[in-house]
Design a protein around this ligand. Structure first.
Ligand SMILES: O=C(O)CCC(=O)C(=O)O
Length: 277
């Protein structure tokens, strides 16, 4: 619940990852606040017009400074955002360059509204509004990555369009729970990797059984063959993995989905193709 503590904890983890050689660091969904519809308004920060002042968004400034200090690309998980002009709240991810410049903003596109009787009910759309774009970010030394948030991973079209437009890595800060985490967390990471033959990274908050929402944890990196390269458990930790240049091409050469698609039978979603019966 303590934002200042969360920011300083994030700082020490990012510096630890950088020390271990990370060049791109990802934080979890809602890393600076509790996860829950009743908390978003209280914790929300104003990001527009950009750059916000320190008092409008202490997290924006903390992340920008931290990216520079650690000399890494920093995907700042997500935070609750307040858009003052529209009087709306969003679940928003900010990505900074190693010089501390804001590179991209992703507002969660698919809101987490589910109701599994006896297990879990959650309705982000009670308080949040959805974003309306796919977020591709060009990292000049490495290539393009895509950032989306948690529930967004359940929608393969978003991942496919990002991959088809050149992303080599799909990153999802996300906080699955004890019900859907056990069912689908790893499956979805591996599915998006299999569909698109790209790397996939998921970053979850650690599990806190005192909190109202119990996150699944299990942050992981999956390779383009859908092999889990590394996975944390439910506790707090730092996962560092090297992505190998050439792995995507090798995988696509072996299983050449890219040249075998039948856009004469179904539309190319990345080209906005329409289905005609
Ligand atoms: O898709 C799920 O099962 C969990 C999604 C979620 O927790 C979220 O979008 O924050």
């Amino acid at each position: 619940a303590d934002k200042t503590h969360n920011l300083s904890n994030a700082r020490s983890k990012v510096l630890e990852a950088a020390k271990q050689g990370a060049k791109l660091v990802v934080l979890p969904e809602c890393f600076n606040s509790p996860y829950g519809t009743k908390y978003f308004d209280k914790y929300a920060e104003t990001l527009l017009p950009s750059p916000p002042t320190e008092s409008q968004s202490p997290t924006f400034h903390a992340l920008s400074k931290l990216a520079k200090e650690a000399n890494v690309y920093l995907v700042g998980g997500s935070i609750p955002e307040r858009d003052d002009t529209k009087k709306e709240l969003y679940n928003t991810s900010l990505t900074f360059s190693p010089s501390g410049d804001l590179l991209a903003t992703h507002r969660k596109v698919h809101l987490f509204d589910i109701d599994i009787p006896g297990k879990i009910k959650f309705k982000e759309s009670d308080v949040l509004s959805p974003g309306n774009k796919i977020t591709l970010i060009d990292l000049p030394e490495y290539g393009k990555i895509a950032v989306a948030i948690c529930y967004d991973i359940r929608f393969p079209e978003l991942a496919t369009i990002a991959a088809r437009r050149g992303a080599f890595l799909l990153l999802y800060p996300g906080a699955f729970n004890l019900t859907t985490g056990a069912l689908h967390w790893e499956l979805l990471a591996r599915a998006r990797a299999t569909d698109n033959q790209v790397y996939v990274g998921l970053c979850s908050p650690a599990r806190d059984m005192q909190a109202e929402y119990n996150a699944w944890g299990h942050s992981m990196v999956v390779d383009p063959n859908a092999e889990v390269l590394q996975q944390l458990d439910e506790k707090e930790g730092v996962l560092v993995e090297e992505l190998k240049a050439g792995k995507i091409e090798e995988c696509r050469k072996g299983i050449p989905l890219y040249t075998q698609r039948r856009f004469d039978v179904y539309p190319d979603v990345s080209e906005g193709g329409k289905f005609e019966e």
